[in-house]
Design a protein around this ligand. Structure first.
Ligand code: GAP
Length: 469
């Protein structure tokens, strides 16, 4: 078994992702583009499975939560009201020798010093100064930095701004939840919901991260899965505890190992927050934030009521009382969950005297549910029968893959590396060479490598049962 803390686990996963079509560095043939990744043929399947799982838990299983798909571009006034144009920043310092930028709070954290993006420039510079002798430029190794300054993470665009100097920028959204807050009134007016209720959405967000790093963990373009739950003020903390329990259960149902997950309470809360916890995953460098669950009071709706001049308060249909709902949110990144699922699934073992690598996904998350092989590719009767089996299965279980490339051992290795739970081989017995085995195939299990004989007529039910739940 792979040791989680093995130094090169990260490299092994990054390399497997490239080799097997999960994740590619963006714009690779042009030398890449920092902090951005593309999801390949296997990656997009896994990504979609994770998003569907989230949607099922956060919308379809819940009568009190509805979905939304708001736009990436929104009025710049939204980002002013939310505080992002002024306060959405991380502390940046620059190496005076080679101009490499570092994120000072994270570098301090690596030295065991508590610091975060909420600290003032003065506070962070004090800590930076105290620890400067221990901090080297990650590029040139010198120790000659500028002072730390706050760098705004919003990504500007010139959409709707026709001045050459871009004096009235619009922004690509820095988080998806602002699109939810500004649609609360629309959702209420469309008559579906009564308090308490939630609005959920999945979509892209963009941040000008100073030091994108650790593969999919900190990127400049990423997807968020966010749910904002509106409550009466006095019910906020009860609902908060329920949401924390619910998210924990939802994450465990992905098959992640519980020992690789933990809660982390925020010690340094923003002034309006009541409480904040992260669910951390044990990534190759240790436990780090995978998603956050925050009790936000009525800050967001207050800001947008004031910013827009529209009253966003809720009138209780029973008591007629009017108030601004309080909000609890769950906010996770698709990329961080994707990376956690890959780390959890990555396994090395010995099979047939050789080391093999396989991804032990929960079958319902696997990009490919089953692969169908003809034993030999140069026997037309085997190929025709395997294609027939493939076509039959493809109606009910998807996606599945037909593979006749290379010898059977190589095909197993390839499927193991993308985490396909079952491989089905059509051989001469299937064709009736051995009368008793006519219309049966071998079914190989990814995790044990063991094989069993199964009737073709039983395959659909078997695979549905094992790979859909
Ligand atoms: N609306 C609250 C919010 O956006 P956040 O802690 O900034 O809070 C929430 O982000 C989640 O989004 C994080 O827990 C993480 O999973 C994901 N995330 C944030 N920044 C990211 C980045 N640069 N790259 C990848 N994922 C990111």
């Amino acid at each position: 078994m792979t040791n989680k803390k093995e130094d090169n686990l990260m490299e092994k996963i990054v390399s497997l992702c490239k080799r097997r079509g999960f994740v590619f560095p963006s714009s690779e043939i042009y030398g890449g583009f920092a902090g951005i990744y593309d999801f390949g043929p296997m990656g997009v399947e896994l990504e979609n499975n994770l998003k569907s799982h989230w949607w099922k838990w956060m919308v379809h299983k819940r009568q009190d939560i509805v979905g939304l798909d708001s736009s990436i571009f929104m009025s710049p006034k939204i980002w002013e009201a939310s505080g992002h144009t002024k306060g959405f920043s991380d502390p940046l310092a620059e190496c005076k020798e080679c101009n490499t930028r570092i994120r000072v709070d994270k570098i301090l954290n690596e030295l065991g010093v508590f610091a975060d993006e909420k600290m003032s420039e003065e506070e962070i510079n004090k800590l930076f100064e105290e620890n400067k002798s221990k901090i080297k430029c990650p590029n040139c190794g010198k120790q000659n930095f500028t002072k730390a300054r706050k760098f705004n993470l919003l990504v500007k665009s010139n959409l709707g701004d026709f001045t050459e100097s871009n004096t009235a920028p619009s922004y690509l959204r820095g988080e998806t939840c602002q699109g939810i807050y500004v649609n609360v009134k629309n959702v209420l007016d469309s008559g579906y919901m009564k308090l308490p209720f939630g609005i959920a959405q999945v979509g892209k967000a963009f941040r000008n991260e100073i030091a994108p790093r650790q593969f999919l963990f900190r990127t400049r373009e990423f997807e968020q899965m966010e749910m904002q739950y509106l409550t009466k003020p006095e019910e906020e903390m009860v609902e908060y505890e329920k949401l924390r329990d619910y998210r924990w259960k939802a994450i465990l149902s992905l098959g992640l190992k519980e020992e690789n997950l933990r809660w982390k309470k925020h010690d340094n809360l923003v002034f309006y927050a009541k409480e904040a916890y992260d669910i951390e995953y044990n990534y190759p460098w240790g436990f780090d934030e995978m998603e956050g669950i925050h009790a936000r009071g009525n800050y967001d709706l207050t800001q947008h009521s004031n910013g827009s001049g529209k009253d966003l308060s809720y009138q209780d249909p029973e008591t007629n009382e009017k108030f601004l709902p309080h909000i609890i949110e769950s906010s996770g990144g698709v990329g961080r969950l994707f990376f956690a699922v890959l780390c959890d699934a990555y396994t090395e073992d010995e099979l047939g005297g050789e080391t093999r690598v396989y991804l032990k996904f929960k079958p319902s998350l696997a990009p490919i549910k089953a692969a169908v092989f003809p034993l030999l590719k140069n026997k037309p009767e085997l190929v025709a029968k395997a294609k027939e089996v493939f076509a039959m299965l493809n109606e009910d279980v998807s996606p599945i893959m037909f593979d006749d490339n290379g010898n059977i051992g190589k095909r197993y290795r390839r499927q193991d590396e993308i985490g396909t739970p079952y491989c089905i081989t059509v051989d001469f017995d299937t064709l009736g060479e051995n009368e008793e085995m006519k219309d049966t195939v071998t079914l190989r299990d990814r995790d044990t490598g063991s094989q069993q004989r199964i009737k073709i007529s039983e395959l659909v039910e078997f695979l549905k049962d094992k790979t859909i739940k």
